[in-house]
Design a binder for this molecule. Structure first.
Ligand SMILES: [Zn+2]
Length: 154
């Protein structure tokens, strides 16, 4: 735990896995749902209201034995762009991943346009990411633009 400042991460150490840190408190639940964390067969610790220097209060999720794929990390950028994923190996943080939106979101977001073909045919949604910082997406089928706050996950 050498790289974690004291008092910042008051959760029991894990030997191998991932710690999702700096989660805004209200986004802890969406993150759990987005990554289907309850479906994982590994021990999970979910913490809220930890002290944080960046945020007033933050959430932390610790998942043993799980290393997230780039696709899963990118999904995270959709609801909680401020999170940092600590990759833990042998009780040490070996990597810190800042999440960022990919160029394209395939089959993750639901198009808000009821007339969109993706809501009327058995089709996967497909969005281009127009602005990675602001989280502005555009449906490739009906061109509807949506912002991060309006995103509904499939
Ligand atoms: Zn659409």
């Amino acid at each position: 735990m050498a790289n974690i400042e004291k008092g910042e991460l008051k959760v029991p150490a894990i030997k191998d896995g991932s710690v999702i840190d700096h989660i805004p408190v209200e986004k802890v639940e969406p993150v759990v749902r987005l990554l289907d964390l309850f479906d994982l067969p590994y021990p999970i610790t979910i913490g809220r209201n930890f002290r944080s220097r960046k945020l007033e209060r933050k959430g932390i999720i610790k998942v043993e034995k799980k290393h997230f794929t780039p696709e899963e990390v990118n999904k995270l950028a959709l609801v909680a762009p401020e999170v940092v994923i600590n990759v833990i190996k042998d009780y040490e943080v070996v990597k810190k991943i800042n999440v960022s939106l990919p160029d394209r979101l395939h089959s993750i977001v639901k198009c808000p346009n009821p007339k969109c073909i993706t809501n009327n045919e058995p089709m996967e949604s497909d969005f281009s990411v127009l602005d990675k910082k602001k989280g502005i997406l555009q449906c490739k089928y009906c061109n509807r633009k949506i912002e991060r706050g309006e995103v509904k996950l499939k």
